[in-house]
Design a protein around this ligand. Structure first.
Ligand SMILES: [Fe+2]
Length: 409
């Protein structure tokens, strides 16, 4: 055994021990959740809440594409009707960086805002979490990176997701890209969770099918990684199994003939939200660790990257988490066979779902020369977070081979 291998093994066991020690801490913590309005006219119902809070000068944070869509007018018309003096910052781009956060802070201050309404996908809501707390408390954005660095709430904060995937409207995490080292940095704080989550399916019916598919697979990954997390609890287990069942039922409907059905869009919005509630308490796992690197190095959309990696990671977990995988299979009515057979059938079910959503890896999606740095960054993220996963890789080389098999076979 080489010195390098011994060092890796030592580090691995230190972090496994650390992850186990953190379980009671995570289970003890009380994670805030937003008040939720979920129905076919949720944006209108939101106005009642805003007025009750005495909001007078909200700023809407979104991206420049969404602000031109008719769905955006659901919000602006409701604010106009109530004669509320709002401003719009529509400068959010995919994978927001610190320069963008600074611009958002400036826009909030110029408007003398008293509330934030984030509307859009995960990028808009993630950006708004940091913009709001920094603008309200005069924080330096880069100093908020890490665990629990943000000590105070921002202004009253409403989040309106327009995709069913990230669950960002309820999580304690915001991911910001550092334009200096091109790495994704996590801002984690109980204080950045929105006060109100508005789930309105009318905002989701026009989504392109590929985005519906990728974001839905992100939500499925959250629920599955949460169920497999060592930090899960019986209560979270029940939520995750229901979420997994709902996503397997409603995601294909939203992707296919019933894409305009408000009912199945609402079910997916709720499933995504519930997955956000659970994974924020249990953390995620290798799928997200790998997907974050695919996003950082190749700009691969987060949900797509998760979908491509998920079946392989589930297979990797089989020897250590056969029972947990079999339980997820049973929730999907896969009841025949041994636990091992059920676990394998679950992997098959996820592959089948990806294929039905036109999600397939293309040959040579990643550069071989990137494998080493990518694996190093993934291991750092998984170990340092720590992600309480049921199985760890034995060496960096093993992880490199694993990624190679997914994308370069
Ligand atoms: Fe995710």
């Amino acid at each position: 055994m080489s010195i390098q291998h011994c060092a890796f093994t030592f580090k691995k066991y230190v972090f496994i021990g650390y992850a186990k020690l953190m379980k009671p801490v995570f289970n003890y913590l009380s994670f805030p959740t937003p008040k939720v309005i979920a129905n076919h006219h949720a944006v209108l119902d939101m106005m009642e809440q805003i007025q009750e809070r005495g909001v007078k000068r909200p700023i809407i944070i979104t991206d420049s594409v969404f602000s031109t869509l008719p769905a955006f007018q659901f919000l602006t018309e409701a604010l106009d009707d109530a004669s509320i003096n709002y401003a719009v910052f529509d400068g959010v781009e995919p994978d927001p960086d610190f320069a963008l956060i600074e611009k958002g802070i400036e826009a909030c201050k110029q408007h003398r805002f008293d509330a934030v309404i984030a509307i859009g996908g995960g990028s808009s809501i993630d950006a708004a979490k940091v913009i709001n707390t920094c603008a309200w408390n005069n924080y330096e954005p880069r100093k908020t990176v890490g665990m629990f660095k943000i000590k105070n709430h921002g202004a009253y904060f409403v989040a309106i997701p327009t995709t069913a995937g990230t669950g960002s409207e309820t999580t304690v995490v915001s991911v910001v890209t550092d334009e200096i080292d091109h790495q994704k940095k996590q801002v984690i704080s109980m204080k950045i969770v929105p006060d109100l989550a508005v789930l309105d399916p009318r905002l989701m019916v026009g989504l392109p099918p590929a985005i519906t598919a990728a974001t839905g697979m992100d939500a499925l990954t959250h629920a599955m990684e949460s169920y497999l997390s060592l930090y899960s609890t019986p209560q979270l287990d029940e939520m995750n199994l229901n979420t997994i069942r709902d996503i397997l039922t409603y995601l294909p409907q939203c992707f296919g003939d019933e894409a305009t059905s408000l009912e199945c869009r609402l079910k997916m919005a709720q499933a995504s939200h519930n997955a956000g509630v659970t994974f924020t308490q249990t953390s995620v796992g290798w799928v997200h660790g790998i997907a974050h690197q695919l996003g950082a190095l190749y700009n691969m959309p987060h949900g797509l990257a998760n979908a491509l990696v998920l079946p392989y990671v589930l297979k990797f977990y089989i020897p250590s988490a056969t029972k947990r995988l079999a339980e997820m299979a049973e929730a999907l009515n896969i009841t025949d066979g041994s636990e091992l057979e059920k676990a394998n059938k679950l992997v098959g079910k996820v592959i089948e779902l990806c294929e039905s959503l036109n999600i397939r890896p293309k040959p040579n999606m990643i550069k071989l020369s990137d494998l080493s740095i990518m694996s190093k960054n993934i291991i750092n993220e998984v170990y340092v977070s720590p992600y309480p996963v049921p199985r760890y890789f034995n060496s960096q080389i093993e992880l490199e081979d694993f990624i190679y098999t997914i994308f370069n076979k």
